[in-house]
Ligand binder design. Sequence first.
Ligand code: DC
Length: 225
Amino acid sequence: MIITIDGPSGSGKSTVAQKIAQDRGIFYLNTGLLYRAITYLVYEDPTSPLFGRYDDDIELITRDQLDALPTLAYAYSADGATVFVHGQDIVAKCYATPGLDQVASKLSALPVVREFLLDVQRDIAKQHDVIADGRDCGTVVFPDAEHKIFLTASLDVRAQRRMLDAKVQALGLTFEFVRNDLAERDERDENRAIAPLRIPAGATVIDSSDFSIDQTVEMIIKVVS
Ligand code: DC
């Protein structure tokens, strides 16, 4: 079984998807984390062959170079989703590195990167029943998914939720900065030529602006039951 949840940054997809994975006893596939993990190798890991290739050079990244990257091992357990590189858990770095979000958004607009991660995502879903969250899970990665959800919330609500995140608080970012950052990523994710953020055909659309996480989870469980 495959359930997809797509939606913009900060809509609560991953929190909700993890709770549903626990409730249903299925595997959680956080596709954004895979895009972040590739970005980590380009942006932060000096041993990676693509280290430093996030400016003008980004467009020149090839499939051979991606194939030569250290293996990204995705795992999911009761503690959450993890990616290991060289046996090291890189999740904290994927979320807490300043600027990584924006580079991830740029890298994820490259066809070669999306193609590379397509295989990774589909391979995971061959091994488990999954709930996958991201931007193109219901449109491109798993178009035949049994259940598709599009989860959204207003920009202000998403920015307010981000401000409550301990990782954002640790960086000392202002509401204005966080709101602009989300708006910029929305713009890029929605308008890129390949696999833009779209409501998948047949998806149930949920605007969670006025609902708590638990209320949203309840609504989705009703849809997928
Ligand atoms: O969900 P997130 O914010 O962790 O995702 C990080 C970036 O990856 C985001 O800018 C969009 C991109 N992404 C994507 O293009 N397609 C997906 N299925 C998931 C994430």
